[in-house]
Design a protein around this ligand. Structure first.
Ligand SMILES: Cc1ncc(COP(=O)(O)O)c(C=O)c1O
Length: 369
């Protein structure tokens, strides 16, 4: 977590014992900090403070929009991309089961081009009078590829079709102007910008009503019940105020340059696309991503593999598969995220560790053969 976010968290946790819904002085103090955080976040993303509903993170924000819209509309189609985060794909999948299909629902997942970007025209071609919801991410969480949400949002706005933009990976790393986008829903998460885990927000355009996912005390103007996480929200605002990914793009680029010098057959995904500043996803052919991850872990590096582990079997990344990457290559994918706390030397050290890990794994494979 960013130092400013930790400070804001600790200060709020220590000095604000009240429930922001309480009318006594302690409640009012907590309410003041909560509303200041709301205003500060709203100003940073050009949204109205009243449009921000705090949640437990990006997953809840995505679900709130997806389930909220779809539960109250008649059957029709849903248009999304094949590269969304599971926080969007999983709730949407509920509207794609046999019962929903029989009732007239259909889910249209638009695939990206080889560069990891879905084309706006391809999305728009799928939208028609029966479209009940459009979901598109601002930047992909695996490749970092920035998606053309602005054009799609403009089209949806003109046609009055609800749209959710999952901006979790774009927040703090690229300009985000919610007013200009005009989308009905924008999902955010604090932990991608050095804020606390378990805090996020859904920005809901004025005038739109959604049923609550978990009805209760009617907090957040009856849009999300439950006592607000005041320290977490104060820390979210502080993190956004101090977020600075300006150095990470050059660091990431330098890492990728060194990687290709040292391992010329490495393949960097979405290399041609505009990417957010901190993400690099690549494959070292012939090496299993998970095995490589463990080798790097032993060397002190915390990287992610490109595969999702569910029910004991490992599936290659749905993002890479939808980009037309071969299964074997997708299985060897590794994801690296640079943060403001990283230095150039970290990238160089990671490449050295990759070279060493590859040598070791190849030697082990040779012995086994
Ligand atoms: C694009 C995207 N959407 C949603 C989420 C879920 O956010 P959270 O972890 O705050 O629930 C993530 C998390 O990685 C993400 O990358």
């Amino acid at each position: 977590m960013q130092a400013a976010a930790v400070e804001a968290y600790v200060e709020a946790a220590r000095s604000l014992p009240g429930n922001p819904s309480s009318l006594h002085w302690a409640g009012r103090d907590a309410r003041r900090v909560l509303e200041n955080a709301r205003e500060s976040i709203a100003a940073a993303i050009h949204a109205e403070p009243g449009s921000i509903v705090f949640t437990s993170g990006g997953t809840e924000a995505d679900n709130m929009a997806v389930q909220g819209v779809l539960r109250q509309t008649p059957p029709g189609n849903i248009v999304t991309t094949a590269i969304e985060h599971p926080a969007v794909l999983q709730p949407l999948a509920r509207w794609d089961d046999d019962a929903h299909r029989a009732a007239g629902w259909s889910l249209r997942r638009v695939r990206p081009e080889d560069d990891g970007c879905v084309r706006a025209a391809a999305m728009i071609a799928q939208i028609d009078d029966e479209t009940r919801l459009v979901c598109m991410m601002l930047a992909n969480n695996e490749t970092g590829a920035v998606q053309p949400v602005r054009q799609v949002a403009e089209y949806c706005r003109q046609r009055g079709i609800p749209m959710l933009i999952d901006a979790v990976q774009g927040l703090g790393k690229m300009a985000l102007d919610v007013d200009a986008l005009g989308a009905d829903f924008v999902a955010l998460s604090a932990h991608k910008i050095g804020g606390p885990r378990g805090v996020g927000a859904l920005v809901i355009r004025r005038g739109i009503k959604l049923p609550e996912l978990a009805p209760g005390g009617g907090q957040e103007r009856k849009r999300r019940s439950g006592t607000e996480n005041v320290p977490g929200i104060a820390a979210f605002a502080a993190a956004l105020e101090h977020v600075d990914f300006s150095a990470t793009a050059a660091m990431r680029d330098s890492f990728e340059e060194t990687l290709l010098q040292q391992i010329p057959d490495a393949r960097i995904f979405a290399w041609d696309a505009v990417r957010v500043a901190n993400t690099s996803m690549f494959s070292v052919p012939g090496l299993d991503g998970e095995t490589l991850l463990m080798q790097l872990d032993l060397a002190g590096f915390a990287v992610a593999s490109g595969s999702a582990c569910s029910s004991g079997k490992r599936d290659p990344s749905h993002v890479l598969m939808s980009m037309g990457i071969k299964r074997e290559l997708a299985r060897s994918a590794i994801r690296v995220s640079f943060g403001p706390g990283n230095r150039y030397e970290d990238g160089t050290a990671l490449v050295a560790a990759l070279v060493q890990a590859r040598r070791r794994l190849q030697a082990m494979a040779g012995m086994a053969a």
